[in-house]
Design a binder for this molecule. Structure first.
Ligand SMILES: [Zn+2]
Length: 280
């Protein structure tokens, strides 16, 4: 392991630019739940929504906001509050410091909807949020194609008791400025044909631009906490992996395997990043 960490430090030192790929596991060290591990969202929050392990698949689609807005907003509102209050862990700062050492800087590709890279000081113009962001809202009925920021608070309940009356609760849900119907996060849900992708498209355009400026230069990919169940982020890392000159560092405590030459670091994100930093 020590040898692999030393190797990772060497790659970071030689990099002209870093592609930082992140999945839910990246947030675990900040105190946020991921999806599938023991303390993950699937096993903690979802049972309260009456569904067990498949509830997320069944419910996390756009019609959830149309059919059961209270339930949908309870789930997403809770996550929104958590993301706002939790500070990104030190690993984000270390990655930012590494990015600053590289002549071409870094680009982030994340499936996380928590905006923690922005919160940690990364430039919003160097981020692709492939699943959107929870603080961005859109109309559930797609009556107009805008995305807007929302900083309101969702009514909370403890156990099975609401603190507010139904009317008060409904008044607290964000609504579309145009049709006044219930709004939803601009987060990519399952089977989501209503997702407004203007922002994501613009992010991808900047990403492509950065990648073309990286041609002929040493690109090193550091992937943290991206699982195989929804492999969007892993596929992205592997897309830019070059077998001739291995450049993929995959940090994952349970699924660190990758294509031949991958530097698989079988540990959590924060401890691994700190360890590499100490060797730099
Ligand atoms: Zn609307």
């Amino acid at each position: 392991m020590e040898e692999k960490l030393r190797q990772a430090a060497e790659w970071v030192r030689q990099a002209d630019g870093l592609l930082l790929c992140a999945g839910a596991g990246m947030g675990v060290d900040s105190g946020l739940p991921d999806f599938r591990s023991k303390g993950g969202l699937w096993r903690t929050t979802l049972p309260f929504l009456g569904g067990g392990m498949n509830a997320f698949f069944r419910k996390s689609n756009p019609s959830w906001f149309k059919d059961k807005p209270a339930e949908a907003w309870e789930f997403y509102g809770g996550r929104l509050q958590a993301y706002r209050h939790v500070q990104p862990h030190e690993g984000f700062n270390i990655l930012r410091k590494w990015s600053q050492r590289c002549p071409m800087g870094s680009f982030i590709y994340t499936s996380n909807v928590d905006e923690h890279f922005q919160k940690a000081g990364f430039s919003p113009s160097r981020i692709v949020e492939c699943h959107g962001a929870l603080m961005d809202l859109q109309c559930t009925y797609n009556c107009h194609t805008g995305i807007w920021r929302w900083d309101g608070v969702i009514p909370e309940r403890v156990g099975r008791r609401w603190f507010q009356s139904t009317t008060q609760r409904e008044a607290g849900w964000p609504r579309c400025p145009q049709c006044k119907q219930i709004a939803r996060p601009n987060v990519l849900l399952f089977g989501d044909f209503d997702w407004i992708d203007h922002k994501a498209k613009e992010q991808h355009r900047r990403f492509a631009q950065w990648l073309s400026s990286m041609q002929g230069k040493r690109l090193v990919i550091i992937e943290s906490g991206a699982g195989t169940a929804i492999p969007t982020v892993r596929m992205k890392s592997e897309q830019y992996y070059t077998p001739q000159q291995p450049n993929l560092i995959r940090i994952n405590p349970t699924e660190s395997m990758g294509p031949f030459g991958t530097l698989s670091l079988h540990q959590g994100a924060l401890s691994t990043i700190k360890h590499i930093d100490a060797l730099l």
